[in-house]
Write a protein that binds this ligand. Structure first.
Ligand code: MCN
Ligand code: SMO
Length: 786
């Protein structure tokens, strides 16, 4: 990658906290989301959704709707029978498949499962008609399967009768000599851990607008998606259209956080209906609908055991990871998305050679589980870090010291983990030490002792992590859910000398319009304000998978750098002729091409670009100043450490978070301000999951958290000061040494918070076995309520 590496290195822009070019339109309300779009003759769609967790659909009498077929339209699953169901794309033979019709046919499998779509010229009329239709749908209720225990029972009702079971996957793999390790151990510590079901809940709910132009048979779909090109491929496949007749646009996306990866059934049903009616159709999800029918995430049960020596050396680990997949094994990486990724990532930054991983996944009558920031890794990190603290307490070893004794040193990297992950480089011990230094660890321990004497309980929690970033084909294979992938960028300099960069990654808040412009600006010697970034529209960007798995800095960055390097060569060829100098002797800086050492001999980039297009004496054999390049990076791993400080009120069980320190190492940093803000955002989402957010279902399978009154997302007042400390250990494998980082905070924060509470409550012998850590759970842990 030699020449590419020269193309990405700290420069005038790369490494600088450039202000985000996209922010003015967010801050002034000028940004346009799907909900803001209006088209002539547009119909508004409202879903009729199942009120039952598990039922057979007996009949849906559309004839009750006044104006049916004239002013009101309705579609049921039967009407969309020709649209193939959605199926996951995970390349594992022993995973049972649960095809999901885009509107339920015959049977519903969770409260919120789509039963029909009703359309009218305005939302009020559509809501009223949907309510009316909803009141006449006849169901035959089936026994609900509300959780994994019920799902696995021998007499459980089956969600998919044809499978003969609700357990769609079970597999155990042993790495090394696990039984020997446990036999040799001085002590074994174990913990059952219930990871809570919570969800991304982005500020913008889901939304789709589809318009089918019958004249040229062209379908245009605006969707709040993270993967426009992938979505286009799926829509074209499902609707039987050639891909060049489908255009997908992700307008402004108000947060995706993994929920808007891959394809949701609504993204197929709404475009299909638009093709049938020949009118634009818009569906905007409301918050209640979002909480019950958008994908949930994170829920799994983990049983973890660690075998150790008396001096704290880890000999082996056993883990069982069981996913609660919901009503369908969703097409975003299947119901294995949580347990399989957790199992593979369990070792984290530690030297664990003997490990048995067992992964299972069950169907239940709940909304399907799909991606949310830190998929699987959050649960794995939380269970592991909690257990390691428990082991350290049991052995009488300081928890930081326990980690040090088992952590991989920088000089051991690259390291092949027992689960087949290749850690490229990192600063595992350094990150731990830096975080502890920042909070003055020894002084904290002293103060903790003093306060305990006064009946006050403060705690400190440590969470060390690695984050598998920048998924290309190799990373997804290492994570256990193989998905070949690559991304591309086209860099073009127009005749005026301005730069347009078109990328297949798709920003939805991460600031790519700034960070990727920084790379192009350094590559071409221009100001970032002279760079326009195109993304999120399949008609003007090259093919690629889009934005998820913290891949855009590494992949988007490298594709832009490579294409910019090619265009730079094209510019130098033309400028060489204009300046009568050899291209190798030229430099481009501040929008000027000059002879190295003789800055007065120059042409502006605008002059060169103009000549390249219009002057046949100097133009290149291919006159356009443009190049398209690809990247599919090797696996790479960011790392860091989060430390949290809290105080527990012994009377009320309320936890006050005092301070969070995060050390983040994502290799070479493009924009330190964006990285810091990403860490903040990810930590706050982790805090939500650890302390507040919980999607609760009753034993009858009814969702109980259906508004923001009962589903608690963190607000400003819940968040303590967060300090971010950066270490930069370049990746030896990626272009420029960049690693991704978008998920680290959410992977690490819950364990830091949970360990802080466990540490505060150590005098009570408390052990955290589930999240979120609510005041009543704390009082239970203290033995104050039963
Ligand atoms: N960055 C950098 N230097 C690095 C690494 C990253 O300057 N060494 C910058 C990047 O240029 C980019 C940002 O930090 O502007 C995040 O980069 P990266 O880690 O590559 O992650 P992606 O851009 O691919 O974003 C995906 C990631 C994921 S997987 C989730 S989930 C998530 C997250 O980003 N969803 C988000 N952060 C989000 N932030 C917002 N606002 N909205 C979401 O939906
Ligand atoms: S959950 Mo992030 O979109 O990989």
């Amino acid at each position: 990658w030699g020449s590419d590496n020269r193309a990405i290195r700290k420069g005038k822009w790369i490494g600088k906290p450039a202000r985000r070019l996209e922010d003015p339109r967010y801050l002034t309300g000028a940004a346009r989301y799907v909900a803001d779009l209006e088209l002539p003759r547009m119909l508004h769609a409202v879903y009729v959704r199942s009120p039952h967790p598990h039922a057979r659909i007996v009949s849906i009498d559309k004839s009750v709707l006044p104006g049916l077929g004239k002013t009101v339209f309705a579609f049921t699953g039967e009407d969309l029978r020709d649209v193939p169901p959605l199926i996951d794309h995970v390349a594992l033979d022993n995973l049972l498949r649960t095809p999901q019709p885009v509107i339920a046919i015959g049977k519903v499998r969770f409260v919120g499962d789509a039963v029909a779509i009703v359309l009218a010229a305005d939302r009020y009329a559509a809501e009223d008609a949907a309510e009316l239709l909803s009141s006449v749908v006849e169901y035959e209720e089936l026994p609900p399967v509300p959780n994994v225990a019920a799902s696995g029972a021998s007499d459980a009702a089956l969600l998919f009768e044809e499978l003969g079971t609700n357990e769609i996957y079970r597999e155990a793999i042993t790495h090394g000599e696990v039984d020997e390790a446990f036999a040799k151990a001085d002590r074994v510590f174990s913990t059952p851990f219930e990871h809570n079901r919570y969800m991304a809940a982005p500020m913008e709910t889901r939304g789709v607008l589809a318009d089918y132009d019958r004249a040229d048979q062209q379908l245009t779909v605006w969707s709040s998606t993270q993967m426009p090109h992938f979505l286009r491929s799926v829509i074209a496949g499902q609707l039987g259209l050639p891909e060049n007749k489908v255009r997908v646009i992700a307008p402004e996306v108000g947060g995706g956080f993994g929920m808007k990866m891959c394809t949701v059934p609504e993204e197929i049903a709404i475009p299909f209906i638009a093709t049938q009616l020949g009118r634009p159709v818009k569906w905007i999800e409301d918050r209640h609908e979002h909480l019950i029918a958008a994908t949930h995430s994170k829920q799994q049960s983990i049983n973890l055991e660690v075998a150790v020596t008396n001096d704290g050396k880890i000999l082996g680990v056993r883990g069982e990871f069981v996913g609660d997949g919901g009503g369908y094994s969703f097409n975003t990486e299947s119901a294995l998305i949580e347990p399989a990724l957790a199992a593979k990532a369990l070792p984290g930054p530690y030297r664990i050679e003997n490990y048995r991983e067992e992964v299972g996944a069950f169907l239940t009558n709940k909304s399907p589980v799909a991606a949310y920031r830190g998929v699987g890794w959050t649960a794995a990190n939380t269970a592991r870090e909690l257990l390691f603290d428990e082991a350290a307490r049991g052995l009488g070893i300081d928890p930081a010291e326990f980690r040090r004794r088992n952590m991989l040193r920088s000089d051991e990297l690259p390291y092949l983990s027992c689960t087949g992950q290749v850690y490229d480089s990192g600063s595992y011990l350094e990150s731990l030490d830096k975080a502890l230094e920042a909070v003055d660890y020894q002084a904290f321990r002293q103060r903790q002792e003093e306060l305990r004497q006064q009946g006050r309980y403060i705690g400190l929690g440590i969470s060390s992590y690695v984050e598998q970033t920048a998924w290309g084909s190799e990373s997804s294979a290492q994570a256990g859910t193989p998905l070949p992938s690559h991304d591309n960028a086209t860099v073009t300099v127009d005749p005026s000398g301005k730069v347009t960069v078109a990328v297949s990654v798709s920003s939805h808040g991460q600031g790519h319009e700034t960070s990727l412009a920084q790379i192009a600006a350094d590559g071409l010697g221009v100001d970032i304000k002279d760079v326009v970034l195109l993304h999120g529209d399949t008609s003007n960007t090259p093919y690629g998978l889009g934005t998820y798995a913290s891949r855009s800095a590494v992949i988007g960055g490298a594709t832009v750098a490579r294409a910019a390097a090619d265009v730079r060569e094209q510019i130098l060829q033309v400028a060489g002729k204009m300046l009568e100098a050899s291209p190798e002797d030229l430099v481009i800086e501040d929008g000027k091409v000059s002879v190295a050492g003789t800055p007065s001999r120059f042409k502006t980039l605008a002059d060169v670009a103009y000549a390249a297009h219009w002057d046949s004496e100097v133009r290149n054999s291919e006159p356009l100043l443009s190049a398209t390049r690809f990247y599919d990076p090797p696996a790479n791993y960011a790392n860091g450490c989060v430390v949290a400080l809290c105080e527990v009120d012994a009377d009320t069980g309320v936890v006050t978070l005092d301070r969070i320190v995060a050390v983040e190492d994502c290799g070479m940093v493009i924009n330190p301000m964006i990285v810091e803000a990403q860490v903040h955002g990810a930590i706050v989402q982790g805090l939500g999951g650890a302390m507040l957010e919980h999607l609760i279902y009753s034993d009858e399978g009814q969702p109980l958290t259906t508004t923001y009154m009962d589903y608690l997302v963190p607000t400003f007042s819940d968040v303590p000061p967060i300090e971010v400390i950066s270490i930069e250990t370049p990746s030896p494998f990626t272009v420029g040494g960049i690693k991704g980082m978008g998920e680290g905070g959410q992977i690490a924060a819950p364990a830091a918070l949970a360990n802080a509470v466990a540490d505060a409550l150590a005098p009570f012998g408390a052990r955290i076995e589930k999240l979120p850590i609510t005041p009543d759970y704390v009082l239970r842990l203290m033995g104050k309520i039963g």
